[in-house]
Design a protein around this ligand. Sequence first.
Ligand SMILES: NC(=O)c1ccc[n+]([C@@H]2O[C@H](COP(=O)([O-])OP(=O)(O)OC[C@H]3O[C@@H](n4cnc5c(N)ncnc54)[C@H](OP(=O)(O)O)[C@@H]3O)[C@@H](O)[C@H]2O)c1
Length: 322
Amino acid sequence: MSKDLNQKIYVAGHRGMVGSAIVRNLQAKGFNNIVTRTHAEMDLTDQAAVKAFFEQEKPDQVYLAAAKVGGIHANNTFPAEFIYDNLMVQNNVIHQAFLNGVKKLLFLGSSCIYPKLAAQPMSEDALLTGKLEPTNEPYAVAKIAGIKMCESYNRQYGQSHGVDYRSVMPTNLYGPGDNYHPENSHVIPALIRRFHEAKINNAPEVVIWGTGTPRREFLYVDDMAAASVFVMHLAKATYDSQTQPMQSHINVGYGSDVTINELAQAVAKATGYRGNIVFDSTKPDGAPRKWMSSERLNKLGWTPKVNLEEGLVQAYLAFDGQ
Ligand SMILES: NC(=O)c1ccc[n+]([C@@H]2O[C@H](COP(=O)([O-])OP(=O)(O)OC[C@H]3O[C@@H](n4cnc5c(N)ncnc54)[C@H](OP(=O)(O)O)[C@@H]3O)[C@@H](O)[C@H]2O)c1
């Protein structure tokens, strides 16, 4: 970890779930020169605005945690926005970072950009080996382009300009700052909302789609932020030891998964709901298992600290305090 706590760090998307956790992590470590802009202050799809920002602020490092994200429904309804916004945001930020002398940048990919039928657990070399999940293909194509853009800048400008742009691939994240929208949220925030409402309304049961047997992996967002800062500060030779010039991303997972049934029980416990949990097995289950291999990150010396039970309590506290 660099001791220079004064270096100027731009966290793009600092009001989002991941960006705000990265800011918390950096501040806790004593970094005191963090620069941010809200979406209203700077639309990252606006090339001229991003150019002016980088020319004015000249940051030393960039965490690119701004993106248009959403669940299946949003991805299906707004595919043009998902591909356009994400390509524009990342192109503008990565290219202007380069033009303005930024040597260190961290790009955030996602486990959902691996092929739909990738072998489990998904390892880094599964990227671009098969067809993508159709519902989020535009988003995934943009994210893959972002990883390849970082790699290409490293390959062309690494030697000449000292460019060292890295990518991390988070599994499903949850925690403070999550999106709890009733129709358009990921599984953990959706369950937190439903169990919370069931508790308030004394509902005798909560019905969950599917059999409850599919397995999924979840990582607490502050662990994700810690992993991001860890990967950003690895010595180049150490990072290079677990990556390749054209396969430069590192998976960030929890390392184990749970069934949806186990998850539901854990959310019920965290929210204090004491009624019944019923699984509607006439509804579809999705893939039987999705999790990532975090072997490379573990070898580099990082493991998560927050288990699901503890993370859900924190997530619920943040939700209930909203
Ligand atoms: N959440 C997960 O489970 C998960 C899993 C894997 C990977 N990731 C990755 O982590 C990153 C951050 O995700 P997140 O969950 O933190 O999302 P989030 O909570 O929606 O945060 C994204 C942030 O980016 C901002 N933003 C979006 N478009 C912008 C634009 N055109 N100009 C300026 N700001 C813009 C948003 O501002 P507004 O809200 O004002 O638009 C928001 O503050 C993404 O790259 C995502 O792919 C997330």
